[in-house]
Design a protein around this ligand. Structure first.
Ligand SMILES: [Zn+2]
Length: 412
């Protein structure tokens, strides 16, 4: 069972269709995006000069940190092929970065992923991604309604309320972070409930954080469900998604996805690890070769599910100095604005750790005098959307030129 005929089309046909998508993006970007015209100008090229995939791969990728900086410098209109009022929505995600949403149906292209994960008409789904400012909640709700599911817009947090919905209503599908579903299960047990008997869940669609197989197994067994993940970003929506066979994530039929050398932006040989570079087929907000900063590789083997799209092998880390914790990117530059308000802190480092199944954000602060760590934690959380654990040490503890951000997590 497939959602559209695109999922099983021969590669040659798919690449032809994708080339048409990319050509439309190039034309729209040249016509409307000041950013892309500047990139073309630096190459001394125009959109018509790119005649095949090899040509296309020579366009330098658009880096996320540049997107953030240039949005601030030039305004969102500089990137748009049309007026902001002609969009459907504009979100803001941490960076801060604006994420425009156009008016085409299934704009973020998650429908095929949900369908591949077993979502069907008549499912009752509980959405625990945020509907506030960031696109996650709405981005993932609309495809569910397209498929014919009903959605409970629960949003994140308020775990006891989540448990109330999950036990009082016949909710058979969960959407959110796997780590949060685990929190819900643990809380339910603490309240004297049995996640296998007292919940009606059959499946979960998870995203926004790396999914270790140990966590998938744990949550599947806890609730007796099937867990499938999607991979995407707030800028481009769905990039790839799992099918029932697992073993990687099929590439979206609505984006051109390349694995590139983070230094040169050129595609690496098939199978090698590199940075995921995506071109969504958006014409109102053309993003030509957006470098996600995520590392992955391409699996060319045939999938038993019958889908012919190649698979991404999964998340292999970050290509630059940012990482993702609990669905949020940590940008050291953004964190620096918080530290600058605490003159007692002379040096700092952010460490991401994985402690007993949970991601923990540790802020190491060098200080010669005590400071109000509690208000610092609240301040940090207000800006970065994550509450840190503060560890203080005497000045000189951190090595000179120590990186601002260290990801100490390992994934199986
Ligand atoms: Zn498959």
């Amino acid at each position: 069972m497939y959602y559209t005929e695109y999922e099983t089309e021969p590669r040659e046909k798919r690449m032809k269709r994708k080339w048409k998508g990319v050509k439309d993006v190039l034309a729209a970007a040249e016509a409307g995006s000041g950013e892309f015209r500047e990139r073309l100008g630096a190459l001394g090229a125009c959109a018509r000069d790119f005649k095949d995939w090899d040509d296309y791969a020579k366009i330098p990728p658009l880096r996320k940190k540049d997107l953030i900086e240039w949005q601030r410098e030039h305004g969102i209109g500089w990137f748009l092929n049309g007026r902001p009022g002609e969009l459907r929505r504009i979100y803001q995600s941490p960076g801060p970065i604006y994420d425009p949403e156009g008016r085409e149906p299934d704009y973020w292209a998650w429908s095929e992923g949900f369908f591949a994960a077993g979502f069907r008409p008549g499912d009752l789904a509980q959405m625990t991604f945020s509907y506030h400012m960031t696109p996650a909640g709405l981005m993932l709700e609309e495809p569910l309604r397209d498929i014919g599911c009903a959605v409970i817009p629960a949003g994140p947090g308020n775990t006891e309320k989540q448990i109330e919905f999950l036990t009082e209503l016949p909710v058979n599908a969960f959407i959110g972070m796997a780590s949060y579903l685990k929190v819900i299960g643990e809380k339910a047990v603490a309240l004297g409930l049995d996640p296998l008997a007292d919940f009606h869940l059959e499946k979960a669609y998870v995203a926004a954080e790396p999914l270790p197989e140990s966590l998938r197994r744990e949550v599947q067994e806890m609730f007796g469900i099937t867990v499938r993940q999607g991979y995407g970003t707030a800028d481009v929506g769905c990039i790839a998604y799992e099918c029932r066979e697992l073993g990687g994530m099929h590439l979206s039929n609505y984006r051109h996805v390349e694995i590139c050398d983070p230094a040169t932006g050129l595609p690496v040989p098939d199978g090698e690890v590199g940075e995921v570079v995506v071109t969504p087929f958006f014409t109102d907000y053309p993003l030509v070769r957006l470098a996600t900063g995520d590392l992955s590789s391409m699996d060319l083997s045939h999938c038993a599910c019958g889908r012919t799209a190649r698979k991404l092998t999964g998340w292999k880390g970050r290509a630059d100095d940012t990482t993702k914790v609990k669905g949020q990117f940590i940008y050291p530059g953004q964190a620096a604005t918080v530290f600058s308000r605490y003159p007692a802190i002379s040096g700092w480092q952010i460490r991401v750790k994985h402690v007993s199944g949970r991601d923990v954000l540790v802020v190491v602060a060098e200080t010669a005098q005590p400071f109000d760590t509690e208000s610092f934690e609240a301040d940090f959380q207000a800006t970065m959307k994550l509450r840190p654990v503060v560890e203080t040490c005497v000045p000189g503890t951190l090595p000179e030129n120590a990186p601002r951000l260290v990801d100490e997590r390992t994934f199986d």
